[in-house]
Design a protein around this ligand. Structure first.
Ligand SMILES: Cc1cc2nc3c(=O)[nH]c(=O)nc-3n(C[C@H](O)[C@H](O)[C@H](O)COP(=O)(O)OP(=O)(O)OC[C@H]3O[C@@H](n4cnc5c(N)ncnc54)[C@H](O)[C@@H]3O)c2cc1C
Length: 382
C-alpha cells in the first residue's frame, strides 16, 4: 500500500465508478468521484449479475445485502417466441453457485447502485460536476467541469460511460455505433398481472427481436422486462425517454400470450437506444485510464456490461496496489493488458446474440475471478 496513497479522480458514479472507488480505497488510495447528475433515482430497470462479478462484490462485503435484496431463481428459460418451446434451460440457483463458487442474481438496477453507493463515504461523491476537459501536467491531471470549477489529481479514471469524455481526450472524438435497436424496459408491481403467472426468468427469442422477463426481488412482487427491438430511427439514450406502449405491444403482438400478458399489464415503459463500440486500440495514458462502458461498451445480450465494469474495478485496484506516482503509467498498462482480451471477446460474442455461442462462453465468463486471475506481465516504467 502506498504511504498516503495516490489521489485518484473517478469520472462517473455509475456501477463501474462506484465499484472502482470502493476497490481503490481498499488498497489505500485517496479517491474522489465526479458525477454529472444532481441526484440518483431508482428508475425502472433490472440487472443480472453472475458469479464473476458477484465474486468481486463479495470481497467488498456486499454478498449478504445481495442475498437479501436480489432474486436467485433455479433456472433461466430460453423460449421460442411463438410456441413457448423451451430451447435451453440455463441452470442457476444452487447449481451455478456450486459450480462457479458464487450465485447468479437478478435485481433492480437502482438497488445495486444504492448498495454500491453505500460502500463509499457520501462526502467523496461530488455531484453536479460534468467533466468538460482534462489536461495532463508535469505533476498530475487537471479536470475541468461545466460549472467552471477545476480539480487536480495524480490519476484520472474515466468511468463515464459509452459517450465518455475521458475516452475522447485519450483517443479523439468518435461517436459510438448505434445498433439500430432499442431496449424497451420497465419494472412494475407483479400485482398488476392479476394472478397471471410468469416464468421466474425467461428470454423469448423471436426472429429479429427478443424480450427478457424476470422478477427483481425474492418476494417476486416486482417484474422487469427488457427488449431488443429493431428501430433504426431512434437514437436517444435517456432515462427520461418514454416509450409508446401501443408501439411496443404492436411490435410483440405475434409473441406468445404469456409475453403479451406482461406487456398488457405494464403501465409505462422507458425506451433506450443501444450503442456499442469496436474494442479500442488502447485505454490508458501515463495518468489516465478508462473503465467499464467508457472502454468496452457492449450490447446487453450476455448481461455482462456492468459485470465486466465491476471486474475492471477489482483488477485495476490490484494493479495500483502499492504503486507510487512514478510507476502509474506502467501500472495502467498492466491493467489494460490484463483486461483487454477478455472484454473484447465478450463484446464481440454479445453482439452476435447467438444462443449457441453464448452457451459456449458461459464457462469462461462465469468462472473468472478478478481477484485471482493472472495479471499481465508488469511493464517497465517509462
Ligand atoms: C437495456 C440494458 C440492459 C442491461 N442489462 C445488464 C445486465 O443485466 N447485466 C450487466 O452486467 N449489464 C447490463 N447492462 C450494461 C450496463 O448497464 C452497463 O454496462 C453499465 O451500466 C456500465 O457501467 P459504467 O459505470 O461503465 O457506465 P454508466 O452506467 O454509463 O455510468 C457512467 C456514469 O458517468 C456519468 N457521466 C457521464 N459523462 C460524465 C461527465 N462528462 N462528467 C461526469 N459524469 C459523467 C453518468 O451520469 C453515469 O453516472 C445493460 C445495459 C442496457 C442498455
Amino acid at each position: 500500500m502506498t504511504k498516503g496513497g495516490l489521489s485518484i479522480a473517478i469520472v462517473g458514479a455509475g456501477i463501474g465508478g462506484l465499484t472502482a472507488a470502493a476497490t481503490l480505497r481498499r488498497v489505500g488510495h485517496d479517491v474522489r468521484i465526479y458525477e454529472q447528475a444532481r441526484a440518483f433515482a431508482r428508475i425502472g430497470a433490472g440487472i443480472q449479475q453472475g458469479p464473476n462479478s458477484v465474486k468481486v462484490l463479495r470481497k467488498l462485503g456486499l454478498e449478504p445485502r445481495l442475498r437479501e435484496m436480489a432474486f436467485r431463481p433455479d433456472a433461466a428459460l430460453n423460449r421460442q417466441w411463438d410456441t413457448g418451446e423451451v430451447t435451453w434451460e440455463r441452470r442457476l440457483g444452487d447449481e451455478v453457485e456450486r459450480k462457479y463458487g458464487a450465485p447468479y442474481f437478478y435485481m433492480h438496477r437502482g438497488d445495486l447502485h444504492a448498495a454500491l453507493a453505500d460502500l463509499v463515504p457520501d462526502g467523496i461523491v461530488c455531484r453536479n460536476r460534468k467533466l468538460t476537459g482534462l489536461r495532463e501536467t508535469k505533476d498530475g491531471v487537471t479536470l475541468a467541469f461545466a460549472d467552471g470549477s477545476r480539480a487536480d489529481a495524480d490519476l484520472v479514471i474515466g468511468a463515464d460511460g459509452v459517450h465518455s469524455i475521458v475516452r475522447e481526450v485519450l483517443l479523439g472524438a468518435e461517436k459510438p455505433g448505434f445498433t439500430g435497436r432499442v431496449a424497451y424496459r420497465t419494472t412494475f408491481p407483479a400485482s398488476l398481472m392479476e394472478g397471471a403467472a410468469i416464468d421466474d426468468c425467461a428470454k423469448w427469442w423471436g426472429p429479429d427481436r427478443h424480450i427478457v422477463i424476470y422478477y427483481v426481488n425474492p418476494r417476486r412482487d416486482e417484474i422487469y422486462f427488457v427488449t431488443s427491438t429493431p428501430e433504426p430511427d431512434f437514437e436517444v439514450e435517456s432515462w427520461s425517454a418514454k416509450g409508446d406502449l401501443g408501439e411496443l405491444r404492436a411490435a410483440y403482438r405475434d409473441f406468445h400470450p404469456k409475453v403479451q400478458a406482461v406487456l398488457a399489464a405494464c403501465p409505462e415503459v422507458h425506451k433506450w437506444a443501444l450503442f456499442e463500440r469496436e474494442p479500442l486500440p488502447r485505454w490508458s495514458a501515463e495518468r489516465i485510464t478508462l473503465l467499464g462502458d467508457a472502454c468496452h461498451p457492449m450490447t446487453p445480450y450476455m448481461a455482462q456490461g456492468a459485470a465486466t465494469a465491476i471486474e475492471d474495478a477489482a483488477v485495476l485496484s490490484r494493479c495500483l496496489d502499492g504503486v507510487e506516482r512514478d510507476r502509474m503509467g506502467a501500472a495502467l498498462r498492466r491493467y489494460e493488458d490484463s483486461r483487454k482480451d477478455r472484454t473484447a471477446r465478450i463484446q464481440l460474442i454479445s453482439r452476435l446474440n447467438d444462443m449457441e455461442k453464448i452457451k459456449a462462453e458461459i464457462e469462461s465468463v462465469y468462472s473468472y475471478d478478478a481477484w485471482s486471475a493472472p495479471l499481465a506481465e508488469a511493464v517497465a516504467a517509462s
